[in-house]
Structure formats: C-alpha cells, structure tokens
Design a protein around this ligand. Structure first.
Ligand code: IVH
Length: 701
C-alpha cells in the first residue's frame, strides 16, 4: 500500500508539473481530481505515511503559521539598476575590460517578491523570503501551496542539497479576481500585483495563500556541487528538474543583441499575463562571474535595466466620485483622451483624498498618467510648469454625490465613506447585485442593468423585494419579454433552496466573505444563533478576528438590517444549516477545543466532524469548554489550564467513539465495512489510466 501511495504521489506531481509548469496538461481536470481524491483517501487510511511534500498538502491548512526567521546560507543580494541604454553600455564596457569577450543571458525582471527555496534529496525543504537579505521569514507552508513550485524534483542529477531563487508572482488574472473579492466585502484592494504577492505569501493561513493562485518563476541556482559552466545551462537543468523557468530568456553576445532584447520586451511585456519592471542582464559563464565578483550589495556581473513606466501627459478635465456597495468613495479622473501603452486612456484612478492632496492635483492641470503593474492607469504627478496661475487646490467632496449625506472617515482608512447605507441608491444597487451573484443566491437572468431597471421603476427597494416580484410586473418593463420574465421568477424561486452559508454571504455583512460565511454557518448552524452571538463568542470562532466579529455584531444591531433579514426569513430563505448537512447530534451543545496533532485526522477534519455532529469547536480553552481533544505535541500550558478548569481531556480514539461514525462518508460503521470489503480487483480498475502514463522515461527515472 505504501508503494501505491508513493506511486500516486509521483503521478500527481507529474501531472501538476505538466499543467502548472509546462502549461501542457495531459489529463483532464476531472481525471486529475480523481487521482488526488484517491490519494487523499489512502493517506487518510494511512496517516503514518504522511509526507509534508505530498501533493495533497497543496490546498494548505488553517493552522496559524508562525514565520520563523531563518538566516540565508548565501545572502540574497540586490541588483544595480540602470535606466538608460547608455548605462547598460557602460556596464558592458566594464565587463569586457575585465574578462574580454563576454556572453550574457538576458531575462525579464519579474515584479513580484523574491523567494529562496531549499531542496534536500530532491524534496522541498524550505521556502524563505528575502527579508533584509541576510535573514528572511520561513514561509514553507505557504510556498507548498504554489502549484508551480515542485515539491519533489524530476530525475536525479541534482545535488543532494541546494538552493534555488526566484520570484513569487501574482498573475494579473488572479490579482483582479482577488481585488474584486476584496472590494466586494469592503476590504481595500491591493495597489499592484507585487504587493498582493508579498501579502499572500505572508498569510497566516496557508489555505488562504492556496486560494490566491500565486505563481513562481526561478532564476538562479545557489550552492555547491553544480558542474555547470554557464548560468544558461544551469537554468536548462533546473527546468528539467521541474522548476518553472522563464520562456523569455535570451543569450546575447553583443550590445546590439542586448539592446534588441530590451526593445522587444519593453513592448511585448504588455502582452504577458504577469507584471515585469525591467530586464536583467547577467554574465553567462560562472568563471567570468567569479572574476567579476561582488560589491557589498550586488554582483558586478549583472545589472538590471528598468523599463520606463509608460507615461503620458494630459489634461485633467473633471473628477467623478464613485460610490461602492460598502459606501466607499473612489475619485476617478476624467482626462482628455491620450494614447498610452497601446490604448486610449480617458479615465484614471486618483485613489483617495490623501493621494490627491499629496500630488496637489488640481482641475485643469496637465497630469502624468502611468500604467504600472496595475491595469487601471494612475495619475503620478503634475506638470507644474503648465499650471494656470488661477488654479485652486482641489477640494474633496464632503457630501455623497448620490444622496447628499455627509461623508465620514473611519480610523486607519484612507477612503471616505457615505454612511447612508440604507438609502443611498448605488449602495442599495451594489448590495442587490451582490445578493444575486453566483456565489451568493445565484439568481440567473438578472444582471446589474436589470436590477437598476427594477429599482428605478420602483419595483424593488432592497434584495428582499425580489421575492415579491410577479411575472406581470416584469414582462411590461422595457427589454424584458415574457420569456426572460419567466426565467427571472423561476430562478428567484429556485434561490430559496440555496444553503444557509450562502444566504449568510448574500446578505452582505462587511468583511464576511464566502469562506467566513461557511465557517460561521457551520459553527452557529442558524441565523438565530448567529444573531444572538456576542462579540466574544464570534471572536472565539477560528479565523474570525475582532474586526469581523464587530462588523457582524453591528450588522445585527441595526434595525434596518434586522427588518431586511426578517423579511428574508418570511419569504422562506434557508436560515439554518440543513439536516442533511448534519451527520448526527451526538455532540449537541458540547464545546470542544482541539489541540496538538493527530494520527488519524487533520485538525480541519476534526473541526468539521465536531460541527457536523452538532458540537462547537472553540479556539481557546475557557470555563465554558466541555472537552479538550488532545493530540500529540500539545503545549503543556494548555494541558495545565484544562486540568485546572476540570475540563475532560479526550484523545482521538475516544472522540471517534463519541461520534461512532465513519468520518469521511458520514455513514455508520457497518456501511464502512461493506465499502472496505469491495473486491480488490474492482479497485484496481480505477487505477488503469496510470498504466499508459508517459511517466517512465527521462523525467522520473
Ligand atoms: S537575479 C544577485 N533575476 O530583482 C542578484 N533578480 O533587485 C540575484 N528579480 O531581489 C537576482 N527578476 O527579487 C534576478 N530575472 C531576475 C529577476 C530578479 C526579478 C528581483 C529579485 C531581486 C531583485 C534585485
């Protein structure tokens, strides 16, 4: 069985590599998931053969990460920057003076956050951030979730111990999705993919990092025991071992070739799916690198050429103020149309009042617009020489442009907010649009425009009103025929079956995203229990911090919100976790704290089991705790505290007896027996695909 597990891991690593590194999958997502599920099941049955580098760990976990500081074996240096072709020529001259004929490798300079990965016997051992160059943070658990980072290397011709360095990136697509989600729950969006990548790598919860869809491109091998003569050869080998190495590497033998590479990528980078901010030019031969050596901060054998941010200068005509679902005000500049990086720009973000004051942007100014790592261009400065002597400082609005309510600023927030959440039209529309969205109530046939139409014609004033709509009211509206009206009514009706956790997400409590809504639904199990919860109780739920707890509590203390929630209840939306989601009520009312590590189940599984059997999982021991579910490696202070409070301490086995069920299937023990006795030959059938797997051959041998 152990061989089987190892074999499955190898196959999954291989297909992961085909998909995430080579961009050339050989099996369907469905087949991949089936393999992964099979491995998960076997690992569950045999926890003694767990491996931190098993592909099943890529999804991360919600155990709080602590970032140990680790000293870099070799310091992580920076690069000297150049900003003109002249400076690159000077670099080339310096190099030639020292070594004569030179060969270079040109690479893109990736705009993410640097990482150093250590491998031991072909297994990922550690991932450490750059930190101050000497010491960085150990972010291994988070690095494991990055699909393009190999957890186990291909082949065998790598040194037993080495480091490889590169850049963790967030592709534009993931960046935009993440920011949309953040805006949706009232979190400030990340300014650019670099910040988003760095922030995601430092998440305390690796399951969250996994969700963020990071990517990792490697650009330098570090350590002893390599026999390569050139940097280029070392990258080719690293690519074979399974690392993602840039496809945009160029070998250049003259300044003309370097210049051509830079000019090409200065344009072509706009078509790449990730951010770059320059080109790195490296001397190719290691012997030459050695001769050139290092300054205190950077190698003498490499230099970075920084792309000039594409900039244009144009007139600021006016400023609009957009009001989001949460009431956040975003100033948007209307510009005289100008050509920038291949598109015509008419609008640009001004972020917030502080940013406007900082730049001293005024109406009628000629402003510089840049396209940086972000998609929406931003204003970065003012051409003061072109400013009219009559211009006046920009005055930020103090009332909502939509409803006239006085704006407010919350502590620690740069943005202004319109506090009139219940009557400010764009906030209402934004909330309804969120309510009907796919991950919330999933009401098909309704889009933002139709919602606006229904609102403008007075048919709905909030999302609850959707449930009062009649077919006849809809079909008379412009653009809505009989058929689409029927569809809308039908999908509104269908939404009554949406589970409680999604209803909770749909009502739009600030900071309560999809995942938090699921956690809350599983923990409290009904809207009533959630409404009754105190801030302390809310904070006691794993992954619910003070800010979220306060926001939930405030939401339910507001009478307008409560009227809305009560109306939803009357219309029949699910306000409780369904019985089918519950396995039993054997832990009804019991509060259980999990601590330590367990042989048979992950902490996540145990948490789910507690909730699915009617118990509550508490984050910390208190006088209200009924049981401490104790595993190995538990902190002695926790144990002492539990003993002092007279809390019953149980182990994994006893816990399983208490719920007397098979954890995964949710079936009573007898059924499990039946399942287990499934003839072995039948089981083997499922594994057929791997037989025709092209795994043999150079990659895995
Ligand atoms: S080589 C000894 N290559 O730029 C220097 N760095 O300013 C090793 N970077 O911290 C760095 N793309 O995060 C190198 N192709 C590339 C790069 C690259 C991005 C970043 C890296 C480093 C910073 C140096």
């Amino acid at each position: 069985m152990r061989d089987k597990i190892e074999h499955l891991r190898k196959i999954i690593h291989y297909h992961n590599y085909r998909y995430y590194v080579l961009n050339d999958p050989q099996i369907s997502d469905y087949e991949f998931d089936a393999l992964l599920r099979e491995l998960q099941e076997l690992e569950r049955q045999h926890p003694e053969w767990d491996d931190p580098n098993s592909p099943t760990h890529r999804v991360g976990s919600d155990v709080t990460n602590e970032f140990r500081t680790v000293e870099h074996r070799y310091p992580m240096l920076s690069l000297s920057n150049t900003y003109s072709m002249e400076e690159v020529k000077e670099f080339d001259n310096r190099v030639r003076k020292e070594i004569g004929e030179a060969e270079y490798v040109c690479e893109l300079k990736f705009d993410g956050t640097a990482i150093s990965l250590t491998y031991e016997n072909g297994q990922l051992l550690r991932g450490v951030t750059r930190g101050d160059g000497t010491r960085g943070d150990d972010v291994t658990a988070n690095v494991r979730t990055i699909r393009s980072v190999p957890l186990q290397l291909n082949g065998s011709d790598y040194p037993a111990f080495f480091e490889i360095r590169g850049e963790v990136l967030m592709p534009y697509e993931s960046f935009e999705r993440l920011n949309r989600e953040r805006e949706d729950i009232g979190e400030a969006p990340f300014a650019n993919p670099r910040n988003a990548a760095a922030g995601s790598l430092k998440q305390q919860n690796s399951a969250e990092t996994a969700r963020r869809e990071l990517d990792c491109t490697l650009y330098s091998l570090v350590g002893e025991g390599f026999s390569f003569e050139t940097h280029y050869d070392s990258l080719c080998a690293a690519r074979k071992w399974g690392f993602k190495i840039s496809d945009q590497i160029g070998l250049c033998r003259s300044m003309e070739e370097i210049e051509a590479y830079i000019r090409h990528w200065d344009q072509a980078r706009h078509d790449l799916p990730f951010a770059t901010d320059g080109v790195v030019i490296k001397v190719n031969r290691f012997a030459d690198q050695k001769r050139l050596g290092y300054t205190a901060k950077a190698p003498r054998w490499a230099v970075a050429y920084k792309f000039k941010a594409e900039q244009a200068c144009t007139e600021l005509l006016s400023v609009d103020f957009q009001v989001g679902r949460t009431g956040a005000i975003t100033p948007v500049a209307n510009l005289a149309p100008v050509q920038l990086a291949g598109t015509v720009v008419k609008r640009a973000s001004l972020h917030n009042a502080e940013q406007i004051a900082l730049l001293d942007v005024r109406l009628g100014d000629h402003v510089y617009v840049e396209k940086g790592g972000e998609i929406i261009p931003k204003i970065t400065g003012v051409d003061l020489s072109a400013r009219s002597s009559e211009s006046l400082p920009f005055v930020f609005i103090d009332r909502c442009p939509e409803c006239g309510t006085e704006l407010v600023k919350y502590e620690g927030e740069a943005r202004h907010y319109c506090p009139n959440s219940s009557h400010c039209p764009p906030q209402i529309i934004g909330r309804i649009v969120h309510f009907i969205s796919r991950k919330a109530m999933n009401i098909d046939g309704l889009g933002e425009e139709t919602v606006q139409l229904l609102y403008d014609s007075g048919l709905i004033a909030d999302a609850a009103d959707l449930y009062t709509l009649k077919r006849e009211q809809l079909s008379v509206l412009p653009r809505l025929g009989e058929k689409s009206s029927d569809n809308i009514i039908q999908s509104i009706r269908k939404s009554l079956e949406v589970p409680f956790s999604r209803v909770l997400f749909a009502i739009g409590i600030r900071f309560v995203g999809e995942t938090t809504a699921k956690t809350l639904a599983a923990h409290f199990r009904s809207m009533d229990a959630l409404i009754a919860a105190t801030v302390e109780e809310l904070e006691g739920v794993q992954d619910v911090g003070g800010r979220i707890a306060l926001s939930i509590s405030e939401y339910f203390r507001d009478s307008t919100n409560m009227t809305f929630v009560e109306r939803l209840r009357q219309f029949g939306l699910r306000f409780e976790i369904e019985e089918s989601e519950m396995l039993s009520s054997s832990l009804e009312g019991l509060k259980i704290v999990i601590s330590g590590t367990f042989a048979e189940h992950s902490r996540d599984e145990l948490k789910r089991l507690i909730e699915m059997h009617g118990g509550k999982n508490q984050a910390a021991i208190s006088s209200t705790t009924d049981y401490l579910l104790a595993g190995s490696n538990m902190g002695p202070s926790k144990l002492a505290k539990a003993k002092k409070l007279g809390i019953r301490i149980i182990g994994e086995e006893e816990f399983m007896r208490m719920i007397a069920m098979d954890s995964e299937s949710g079936q009573p023990e007898e059924n499990l027996q039946e399942k287990k006795s499934e003839p072995d030959n039948l089981k083997e059938e499922k594994h057929r695909p791997e037989e025709n797997n092209p795994i043999q051959g150079s990659l895995f041998e």
